[in-house]
Unconditional design. Structure first.
Length: 205
């Protein structure tokens, strides 16, 4: 027996139809930093897929560590990385908790908001002066190849910021304000290099 909704077969003979989205992650590309000025994912370059193949892409930033303390930024491109100047509007809020329990807070992080700019502060401040500090991020980019709507994204992160506010977490939501396809994403420190870290790109099917 088949289960059909609005003319689309969902289940047939007890099996999920191949055309039904399952939310499975397909690994596309891994980039590893080693005193790198940036890590960039450009559609069609070095096996990167960032087009209409998937409606959602997930970037996982793992143990990002800067050469010196700085913000980590994100940029979008509509011309295959020739220019990372696609305009973004976003909002951000943060939570932190000190190791000694002396400070804890949840607040709006206005200096990490973007109002029609091209530089998106992804992590507020990574402590490069601490050898054991790092940051992790998950970023979801939705339907980047669409040429009708703006391109929405969501991020969540966890990182060490200095010795006073050791456990930091941010939440960000925004959109790339263009109806052109977004086909490249770049990650870089506001100053200095990315000393180490790994970024993985996945497509969501």
């Amino acid at each position: 027996m088949a289960v059909i909704s609005n003319g689309t077969t969902l289940i047939n003979a007890g099996a999920l139809d191949s055309g039904v989205a399952t939310g499975a992650l397909t690994h596309i590309k891994t980039l590893t930093a080693s005193s790198s000025s940036d890590l960039s994912f450009v559609h069609g370059a070095s096996g990167v897929v960032l087009d209409g193949t998937y409606k959602e892409y997930v970037f996982k930033l793992i143990n990002m560590h800067p050469a010196s303390s700085a913000k980590m930024n994100m940029f979008f491109s509509t011309d295959s990385g020739s220019n990372y100047n696609a305009t973004v509007t976003s909002s951000n809020f943060s939570a932190y908790h000190a190791e000694d329990d002396s400070a804890t807070s949840l607040y709006n992080e206005s200096d990490s908001d973007v109002a029609q700019g091209s530089t998106v502060p992804l992590i507020r401040n990574l402590g490069g002066d601490q050898a054991d500090s790092s940051g992790v991020v998950i970023m979801h980019l939705f339907n980047p190849a669409d040429t009708t709507f703006v391109k929405h994204f969501l991020t969540t992160d966890s990182y060490v910021y200095g010795s006073s506010y050791a456990a930091f977490s941010d939440r960000k939501a925004g959109y790339v304000n263009t109806t052109s396809a977004v086909n490249a994403v770049k990650f870089a420190m506001a100053s200095g290099n990315i000393d180490s870290g790994t970024i993985k790109l996945y497509g969501v099917s």
